[in-house]
Structure formats: C-alpha cells, structure tokens
Design a binder for this molecule. Structure first.
Ligand code: NAP
Length: 306
C-alpha cells in the first residue's frame, strides 16, 4: 500500500498513471500538480486525482513517491523547486522519454535523504492533456527503469511495485542503452513522420489539398505520429542528440541503398528488405505490443492543453 503519491505534470502520462493507480486501490491519496490552473480544474471536475494544485511545494510535502511527468526540458527546474521540500525517505521518479540527460539534470539537485529512480513507460498516444489519459494505457507495456548503480535497492523495488500496479512489465537497463534503443524504436520514427508530413505541408496549396483528399493509409499513419506534442518532441531531440544523430546516419545509409536498388532495378534487394521488415511487424503483433485502445475522448483530449 502507498500512502501519498504526487504526480507533477498532469498530461497524458501523469493522468493515465493516476487513473491506473486509483483503479488498483493500493494508493491512499493521489495529488496532481501542474503549472496550469486550467489543468487542475479539469482534474477536479473529472475526479482524476484526490487533489490538484499549482503549488509544487505543497504538492510534494509528505509525499512518499513524487513522479515528474513534465516535458524533459522542464525536469531540472521542477526538481530544483521541489528538492528542499521532499520528505525523509521520499522516492523521486520521472516518466521522461530520454534517460541519460534527465538523470544528469535531476540527480545533482536531490537531497541525501531522498532517492531518484528514473523511469520511462513505453506507452503513449499522439494526444496530450489530462483528458487524454486512460487507466489501461500501461497494461502489458514495458516500463524501463534506469537506476544509477548507487541507487538504494528499496527505492528501485518501490518504483517497480508502483508501476506493476498499472499492469506494466518492468525492465532495468543503463540510461545510455535506453537512449540508443528508444532512438531507434521511437525517436527516429517520429523524426521521419515529422519530415514526411512537413514536406507535404510545404507543397503548393493546390497540391496540398489533394494530398489531404487522397491521403492513403501510409500518409495517414504518418500524420498521426506527426500530430504528437511539439514541446515534448523538441525536448526529446535536444536531449538525445548523440544517439539520434548516430541512428540517423545509419538510416540515411540504408535509404541510399534502397534508392540505389530502385535506380538500378534491383527487385531482389527490394523484395528481401520488405520481406525482412514484414517479419518485424509480425513479431510485434505476436508480442502483444501492436495497438492501443482508443483514448477516452480524443477530441476533448487534444484540446485540453491548447
Ligand atoms: P503532456 O500531455 O503535454 O503533459 C505535460 C503536462 O506538464 C502539461 O499539463 C504541462 O502543462 C505540464 N507542465 C509543463 N511544464 C511544467 C512545469 N514546469 N511544472 C508543472 N507542470 C508543467 O505530456 P505527456 O505526453 O504526458 O508527457 C509527459 C512526460 O512523459 C514527458 O517527459 C514525455 O517525454 C514522457 N512520455 C510521453 C509519452 C507520450 O507518448 N506522450 C510516452 C512516454 C513518456 P502545460 O500544458 O500548461 O505546459
């Protein structure tokens, strides 16, 4: 049983986490803290947490677990402002999509009597804000913990236990390894989607309207990913620079190989490449990691933080 859990940054991830914990019945009190009074009002109106406040000091006082669920670029400032008020034995964790940079920005500000266990749920949608959240978001998804070697075992166990209440599976790895893997599986695909949709946006106005009118499923899928929150993704690329640039280099080499195969009519190369990638999709479906249930109210959700 957990007494008081405080979630700072009550958007898609913070709200989903709170709702999943409430449903588990194993957390006595959940406090939502957000920079926006509008978000706090939505939290109370919809019963998404037991209390909501813009006062971070008040929010963390007496909290056993404090979860930073703000954009990666805001983690350091938030940590600095709450660090003096963390109680003895408090465990601070986060949900940031980048782990090495966040660890380096957060850990130095922590008082000796508190522990920091970085975490990243591999779950999400293109929607933002508290109403985008839903309690099933983390079910059967992976949550990666990247504790530093000196992290207290009890703190790692606590963060493992609380994420397991949401139905998630836990994996532990180094922050650098996390950033490389996520660079391939998440950051590069988002960069490609932003590029493709950006290129279509830059087309002449009359061609652009036809792109939208005749958007086949391929382009539509990219527009879904490219609708993801600009603040969050700006911060991801600025904070996972080296891994993303390394993977981007490999990607452009592979793209050049495909370009060459098309130019010289190398059908065998194209077929073999596509056959191999099809196998990856099958493996993802078999692992139960293919699709999400729909967010509760996507229309309201996307408006929630606008
Ligand atoms: P979100 O829906 O945009 O929610 C973030 C919330 O934090 C917003 O309500 C925002 O308020 C608030 N906030 C921003 N700066 C703050 C500050 N200084 N103090 C207090 N509150 C502040 O974002 P999200 O999708 O839940 O993402 C949260 C974190 O989880 C990010 O670090 C992201 O990298 C990570 N993550 C996201 C996904 C995903 O798919 N979305 C998946 C896994 C992990 P305003 O809107 O008023 O700025």
């Amino acid at each position: 049983m957990f007494e008081k859990v405080t979630i700072i940054g009550f958007g898609l991830i913070g709200s989903s986490f709170a709702q999943a914990l409430k449903l588990s019945g194993k957390v006595t009190h959940i406090t939502a803290a957000d920079a926006s009074q509008e978000v706090c009002d939505v939290v109370i109106e919809n019963g998404l947490a037991d209390e909501a406040t813009t006062d971070l000091k008040q929010a963390v006082t007496d909290a056993d677990i404090v979860v930073l669920s703000v954009p990666v670029g805001a983690m350091e400032a938030v940590t600095k402002s709450i660090a003096p008020f963390l109680k003895d034995g408090a465990v601070l964790t986060d949900t940031g999509s980048v782990k090495d940079a966040v660890t380096k920005k957060v850990a130095p500000h922590l008082p000796d009597h508190a522990a920091f266990i970085p975490a990243h749920p591999i779950a999400g949608t293109e929607f933002s804000g508290p109403l985008a959240g839903f309690p099933e978001l983390f079910q059967n998804r992976w949550v990666i913990l990247t504790p530093l070697p000196e992290a207290p075992l009890r703190a790692v166990e606590k963060i493992t236990e609380i994420w397991e209440l949401t139905g998630a599976n836990i994996e532990i790895m180094s922050p650098e390894h996390h950033d490389l893997i996520l660079g391939i599986t998440s950051h590069l695909p988002h960069l490609i989607a932003y590029t493709i949709v950006g290129t279509a946006t830059n087309l002449e106005e009359d061609i652009q309207s036809e792109v939208i009118k005749y958007s086949a499923s391929g382009f539509r899928d990219f527009t879904r990913i490219a609708a993801s929150d600009p603040t969050m993704w700006r911060d991801v690329f600025l904070n996972n620079k080296f891994a993303v640039l390394e993977i981007l280099q490999r990607f452009s080499e592979d793209l050049t190989a495909l370009q060459r195969a098309i130019r010289y009519g190398d059908g065998e190369y194209l077929y073999q490449t596509f056959e191999q990638t099809r196998g990856i999709r099958r493996a993802i479906i078999e692992a139960g990691q293919a699709d999400y249930p729909v967010a509760r109210d996507p229309k309201k959700a996307s408006q929630a933080t606008s």
